[in-house]
Design a protein around this ligand. Structure first.
Ligand SMILES: [Zn+2]
Length: 85
């Protein structure tokens, strides 16, 4: 049975479907019993989906992009452009 380190290390290949069946089985078994790895797996899977979606449609809601830019600006400017004057 795979341990956490192995599972995390193979996560990327696992999601890309690049692993042999027996390794996939090990990882499936581990994810069934390990909440930590399952969460990492979910996060990674969602990230991949989002990237794939973005690449295939090339469309991103303008509002979302603006909000991301706003976040970066806020992080860079600690005085806070959004906060009360
Ligand atoms: Zn684990």
């Amino acid at each position: 049975m795979a341990n956490c380190n192995e599972t995390i290390r193979e996560l990327d290949a696992f999601l890309d479907g690049e692993l042999p069946d027996d390794v996939r089985d090990h990882i499936h078994l581990h994810l069934d019993s390990c909440m930590d790895c399952l969460q990492a797996f979910d996060f990674q899977a969602e990230l991949k989906l989002a990237i794939r979606r973005k690449c295939s449609t090339e469309e991103m809601p303008a509002g979302l992009l603006g909000r991301i830019e706003m976040c970066f600006n806020t992080d860079l400017d600690e005085d806070g452009i959004i906060g009360p004057a």
